[in-house]
Design a protein around this ligand. Structure first.
Ligand code: SAM
Length: 249
């Protein structure tokens, strides 16, 4: 089974990436919706961001969650994204809109090699990014983030329930300009991922395809990972159909 290396990520996000792409209409729409969602979620958690706050966004894509916060609160956001192409799009948007958002191109699973500052007021792993990683990788990421957070600052993870939910199987129409579907092939109970096949039909009648692992997640697992790493006040709620788990340093 393919790992989520750069080649697979590149294939996926150039074909099914519109909701995460700030240069696409769907991305801009998501940015506007996210501003309202973050206001509601941060109020609920009693988290206050100001122009002095700094935020860490992991698995940042083109920076849509970062821009939602920077545009609403004027805060500084440091983004970590593996694909340089996506980070470059984000850098361009930040420059054009004079936002204090910067991008580090690298592997967020090795955060402490990439970031040499601490005391972040908020960390985010947003946009259902956890299917890219397994439980050991989330465990290690949560531990590294804890080191970088200021006292009492939260780490928020947004994701879909996928251990039992039938929503993501057996066949799903994925977003994009081409008719694109993903198909459930198998489940690997030892590694915790569904093996899926992405099919991208082209107007020429040809079809591109790739197999990918979709790591499955549920609130009890995410909450366990946080508690095991020493986070406190771990809480999960549903917002706009997605789960959000928050945990505080
Ligand atoms: C589902 S998108 C979410 C993007 C963004 N958080 C949002 O909500 O718009 C996941 C992103 O994580 C990136 N990614 C996947 N594995 C990564 C890793 N190990 N380190 C850094 N970025 C990674 C992908 O390239 C992709 O841009």
């Amino acid at each position: 089974m393919n790992k989520w290396d750069e080649k697979l990520l590149e294939f996926w996000y150039t074909r099914v990436g519109s909701p995460f792409d700030i240069t696409k209409d769907l991305g801009v729409l998501r940015l506007e919706l996210l501003k309202h969602r973050f206001q509601r979620i941060l109020n609920k958690l009693k988290v206050k961001l100001t122009q002095e706050s700094k935020v860490l966004s992991l698995f940042a894509g083109t920076g849509i969650d970062a821009f939602a916060l920077a545009e609403s609160y004027g805060c500084r956001v440091v983004c970590v994204e593996k694909l340089e192409k996506l980070a470059k799009k984000g850098e361009k948007y930040a420059r054009r809109n004079k936002l204090n958002v910067e991008f580090i191109v690298g592997d967020a699973r090795r955060l402490l090699d990439l970031i040499d500052e601490k005391d972040f007021n908020l960390a985010l792993l947003w946009g259902n990014s956890v299917p890219h990683i397994d439980i050991y990788e989330l465990d290690s990421t949560a531990s590294q983030v804890l080191d970088l957070l200021a006292d009492s600052a939260p780490f928020l993870i947004e994701y879909f329930e996928s251990t039992y939910s039938r929503e993501y199987r057996p066949v799903v129409a994925e977003f994009d300009k081409y008719p694109t579907v993903s198909i459930h092939l198998d489940f690997n109970p030892m590694k915790g991922f569904a093996e899926r096949l992405l099919l991208v039909f082209k107007e020429s009648g040809l079809c591109e395809y790739i197999k990918y692992p979709y790591y499955t997640w549920s609130p009890w697992i995410i909450e366990y990972v946080f508690r095991k790493n020493g986070y406190r006040d771990v809480v999960t709620f549903i917002d706009e159909g997605a789960y959000v788990t928050a945990a505080f340093r």
